[in-house]
Design a protein around this ligand. Structure first.
Ligand SMILES: [Zn+2]
Length: 443
């Protein structure tokens, strides 16, 4: 079908950027109603489902002729905050300046919402209907603070409305180059979160006579220094092995690839290294509540991310390797207690959906490679993978003009903007993928 969704995507994104959906408080209703009206007008069945009245989720459906798979395009319309004093242009203006649409959410992720909705709506408007299965557009609220009212709520309370076999969400897709090879990441997995508290103990005393006590904070200092020297412990996963293979490296050792990435750009290595292991980031420390009391207890909070397959025992083993054993000759050196344990989530690297995306990329950017990657953080995909274990979910929003290194600092940063050529590029993918996966009804 000769449908060009690029103008519609650009118009829709500019409109979405002008709705202020900073979360908290979110207040996504006007943006969601706007999207619903747009998709309803194109022929979609739309419903707004809300845990809180001002924060509805949108489910828009286009049914096919025959039974078949449900392909879901997922997005979120809430954003993080933006301080206009730090921006060169209005973060809520949706202005087109020098080929870029500016605004909070221009990358994360109103751009993808607009590209997905415009592709689907333009197809439907031109008379297209799936031959088999159905196309689902799901636009949720509340992603930026964890999805409690959005993806988590809707997959729990309205599972049948959003049940799907294949899902496209945010997570990867910006171009990066390794020794001249053009690569697009397909996000197949998201790391788990295993945050913990390290505690050291001592003996309280008056701070004017420090030698009468045992300072727990000073016992923490050498442990903290160890994390400065080593913040990652390698732990292979099927996804990281697939990434090595896709970039021509042999299994089990990320060092040669990381050296190549470092040679290309230091920041590429910084982005990719965490995908190969457990990372440790100490972020908070507390000790004495009073300046004149030697602390008998110090607590260090560590944010820790774990690849698929890893768990609490892997974290404990890695910590013991970095810090040494918890029990020393003179007694307990430290104690480790987990405060959060959320395992990684993943989809198979190989699937019909991955093949369809690779096929599209081969035509859209000949010679480029689709490589499986992982998100160091997490997204709403985890709620869908948990609710629908057979669902194959990927993060993919292809960008060829604005590269990974250009786009990454704009996410949650100042001057967030998207090259409108990339918005068109992505909208073409979402159009072609729907046609490839669902076929076209004969009419
Ligand atoms: Zn996002």
């Amino acid at each position: 079908m000769s449908v060009d969704p690029s103008a519609a995507a650009q118009r829709l994104l500019a409109e979405l950027l002008r709705f202020k959906t900073v979360n908290p408080p979110g207040a996504e209703r006007p943006a969601q109603e706007h999207l619903a009206a747009y998709l309803r007008d194109a022929g979609f069945e739309c419903s707004l489902l809300a845990a809180e009245p001002e924060r509805p989720n949108l489910v828009a459906r286009l049914r096919g002729e025959l039974p078949g798979p449900t392909l879901c395009y997922l997005g979120h319309v809430d954003t993080v905050l933006a301080d206009p004093r730090e921006w060169r242009h209005d973060p809520f203006g949706g202005e087109l300046i020098d080929g870029f649409l500016w605004g909070r959410g221009a990358i994360d992720m109103k751009s993808q919402v607009a590209a997905e909705a415009a592709a689907a709506a333009e197809l439907a408007r031109a008379g297209w209907r799936p031959r088999r299965g159905e196309l689902l557009i799901v636009s949720v609220v509340d992603e930026e603070t964890g999805g409690e009212l959005g993806a988590q709520w809707i997959t729990r309370e309205h599972a049948e409305e959003v049940r799907c076999d294949m899902l496209i969400n945010e997570g990867a897709g910006e171009l990066f180059e390794v020794e001249g090879a053009r690569c697009y990441g397909l996000c197949c997995a998201e790391k788990g979160v295993f945050r913990f508290t390290l505690t050291t103990s001592g003996v309280a005393a008056h701070a004017s006579l420090p030698a009468l006590g045992e300072n727990a904070l000073l016992k923490m200092a050498p442990l903290l220094a160890r994390f400065a020297e080593r913040s990652i412990s390698y732990l292979p996963s099927p996804q990281s092995e697939a990434l090595l293979a896709a970039l021509g490296e042999k299994a089990g050792d990320p060092a040669p690839l990381l050296a190549r990435l470092r040679a290309a750009d230091e920041r590429l290595a910084a982005i990719f290294e965490p995908l190969f292991g457990i990372t440790f980031a100490p972020t908070r420390i507390t000790a004495s509540e009073k300046i004149n009391v030697i602390p008998s207890r110090a607590e260090l909070k560590v944010d820790c991310r774990v690849p698929p397959g890893g768990g609490a025992s892997d974290v404990e083993a890695a910590v013991a390797q970095i810090l040494g054993p918890a029990q020393g000759p003179e007694g307990e050196r430290y104690r480790l207690q987990f405060t959060e344990q959320m395992p990684a989530n993943a989809s198979p690297v190989q699937s019909e959906l991955a093949d369809a995306i690779a096929g599209w990329l081969a035509r859209a950017d000949p010679g480029a490679r689709l490589v499986p990657v992982m998100l160091a953080g997490f997204s709403d995909s985890r709620h869908f993978r948990a609710a629908f274990p057979d669902c194959v979910a990927y993060g993919f929003f292809p960008q060829r003009h604005q590269t990974l290194l250009e786009a990454a600092p704009l996410v949650h940063g100042a001057d967030e903007r998207i090259d409108v050529r990339d918005l068109a590029f992505a909208a073409e993918l979402y159009r072609d993928l729907a046609l490839a996966v669902l076929g076209s009804a004969s009419r």
